[in-house]
Design a protein around this ligand. Structure first.
Ligand code: TRP
Length: 367
């Protein structure tokens, strides 16, 4: 069986380090692995519109920001098919049919959707402040995204686990009801636990644009420096000789995630590894400034390459247009083939073969 990857992001803002460790990093690994036949990365503009219906320009503008983020980290348009969700008619059609396989109660207990409804302040109202129907059913449209491309691997962050469970249930129900048609997808989660949910620079649970605590892939050097030096550490660690607390210390949480084998030889040869540095911090004698300086060096090393690539691609917007158009055309073809199979399985393929339908109807009428 071929190995196919599909994933995507809502183009509602620039991508940040949380996205990087949560899912982008995994994509970079997958693109290096030649055993994968196809890698689809989708700009989920239709999903973004489910809670941004009044703000279509924001979504349109952020498509280019997100694509620049993809290209700047090194996702390779020769290897990856990038496409725009709203331009793929099969996805809306599949969503419409899958809706019949999922109960409203099942949708309502999706923890990600529940949480997002709370975060967005939607109310139980039948007016404009109410929860948009499209928003409640977006897990079903996500099942369409995944199954339309026969994806068996879906690299996403921890928060998307309920979406994958929902998709797997839909695949199971569909195949049981209409015969083996859809491919069962598997989730690929980030390797380390701390990467699964990167905290914000303020120490709050999640890095997020709306919480204003994110380090963006496109941040310039000065912005990065300011943000690193604003990171929450240990408020009781006032003098260098005070014992430092590592728990909830954002600088060390980030170092845990971003330090590499050669980090200390390159940037801070006083220590052999992160554990030594942590021990020193806990015992007292190591100040926050030195730790922040290391974190800045580590992150800046990563992001400076991104910034360079971003500048190059920014001058090639015409090429990006062509990449997206070609990717979208390919995605239309692949998803239409799945839609055909689905319609045949559901016996709604009336005009595919004239004789079959005529014979079926004649047989029926003749009892
Ligand atoms: N829900 C995902 C997010 O918010 C985006 C997305 C839409 C997606 N469709 C998908 C991710 C299909 C993986 C597979 O980031």
């Amino acid at each position: 069986m071929s190995k196919i990857v599909l994933t995507g992001d809502r183009p509602t803002g620039k991508l940040h380090l949380g996205h990087f460790v949560g899912s982008l990093q995994n994509r970079l690994e997958l693109q290096k692995d030649s055993s994968f036949d196809d890698i689809f990365i989708m700009l989920a503009d239709a999903q973004a519109l489910t809670d941004n219906s009044k703000n279509p320009t924001k979504i349109r503008d952020n498509i280019i920001e997100v694509v620049l983020d993809y290209l700047s980290i090194g996702l390779d348009p020769n290897r990856v098919t990038f496409f725009i969700q709203s331009q793929i008619p099969a996805l809306t059609e599949l969503t419409f049919y899958y809706m019949n396989l999922v109960s409203i109660a099942r949708l309502e207990r999706n923890p990600t959707v529940k949480n997002e409804i709370k975060l967005r302040g939607f109310k139980e109202k039948d007016n404009e402040q109410g929860i948009p129907t499209g928003f409640v059913v977006y897990p079903i449209s996500q099942a369409a995204d995944i199954t339309a491309f026969n994806a068996n691997y879906v690299p996403v962050g921890e928060d998307q686990k309920p979406m994958l469970e929902q998709t797997r249930e839909i695949v199971e129900t569909f195949n049981k009801t209409y015969g083996e048609t859809l491919v069962m997808p598997n989730i690929i989660l980030p390797k380390s636990n701390s990467a699964n949910r990167l905290v914000g620079i303020d120490g709050s649970e999640k890095m997020s644009k709306s919480l204003n605590n994110a380090i963006f892939l496109s941040d310039d050097e000065k912005t990065l420096h300011d943000k690193v030096f604003k990171c929450y550490t240990d408020p009781s660690h006032i003098n260098i000789n005070d014992k430092g607390n590592l728990e909830n210390n954002v600088v060390f949480k980030y170092l845990d995630v971003f330090c590499e084998e050669d980090t200390f030889t390159r940037f801070l040869p006083d220590y052999n590894n992160l554990q030594e540095m942590k021990d020193h911090y806990s015992c007292g004698g190591l100040g926050d400034v030195k730790c922040k300086k290391l974190l800045f060096d580590v992150l800046n090393d990563k992001l400076s390459k991104c910034r360079e690539n971003r500048e190059i691609w920014k001058n090639k917007i015409e090429d990006i247009y062509d990449i997206l158009e070609a990717g979208t055309n390919k995605a239309i073809k692949v998803s239409n083939a799945t839609l055909d199979k689905v319609k045949t399985a559901m016996k709604i393929d009336y005009f595919n073969d004239k004789n079959t339908l005529i014979n079926d109807w004649k047989n029926w009428l003749n009892g």
